[in-house]
Design a binder for this molecule. Structure first.
Ligand SMILES: Cc1cc2nc3c(=O)[nH]c(=O)nc-3n(C[C@H](O)[C@H](O)[C@H](O)COP(=O)(O)O)c2cc1C
Length: 183
């Protein structure tokens, strides 16, 4: 059985809902980056012993939140020893605008995974981009590198788009499938 972790930061709860759906799809364990950008020692052990690490953060001011970046910088200790080399990685971000510069965050997560020598898993779903497409459809934001989610600025945590949450589950499942094949 593969071991999968989802490590994420969420300032106001919307990204947490996304992480929960990735956990549902992948069967992975959640590791929460707190408001100070920290995780516990036990969390570090969980990540170090995982076959796959899925990383997520809200997009704030055009990139991942500072709390996620603090976590990312703390992984440099692991980078020195190549501790996460050849692990499977995926990533997700969530923000208010349809674009909102989410792609910058996603490329950052992919770069972080690559710095660690990881194997990145793309979204692997076609875009829903016809006139008839709605936010209930999978991959309605047309991502390819990883998972993009939109939470409109006035949306409560219960109003994150259904199609995005289904996409989160499917992406989690894809990462779990690929991890078990490669293991
Ligand atoms: C400090 C700050 C900066 C933000 N910057 C952006 C941004 O650059 N692009 C965008 O689309 N939304 C932006 N937003 C909106 C958030 O990404 C959005 O509310 C998201 O759902 C927050 O996720 P969370 O509830 O997990 O913290 C910003 C929100 C905050 C608080």
């Amino acid at each position: 059985m593969s071991k999968i972790s989802i490590v994420y930061h969420s300032g106001y709860g919307h990204t947490k809902v996304v992480a929960d759906h990735i956990a549902k799809g992948s069967g992975g364990a959640l590791v929460i980056i707190d408001a100070n950008g920290d995780i516990t020692e036990a969390d570090w052990e969980t990540l170090n012993s995982s076959d796959a690490i899925i990383m997520g953060a809200p997009t704030y001011m055009g990139n991942v939140s500072w709390q996620f970046k603090k976590f990312a910088d703390a992984t440099s200790k692991i980078w020195f020893t190549g501790g996460w080399k050849d692990k499977i990685f995926g990533g997700f971000t969530n923000s208010a605008s349809p674009s909102g510069d989410k792609q910058v965050s996603l490329i950052y997560l992919q770069t972080l995974a690559s710095q660690h020598g990881g194997i990145w898993v793309s979204l692997g779903l076609p875009p829903s981009n016809t006139k008839a497409a709605t936010s209930d459809d999978t991959n309605n934001l047309g991502g390819s590198v990883g998972l993009l989610v939109r939470s409109p600025a006035d949306a409560s945590v219960d109003e994150v788009h259904k199609g995005d949450l289904l996409t989160a589950e499917l992406y989690g499942r894809r990462i779990a499938d690929i991890t078990s094949r490669l293991k």
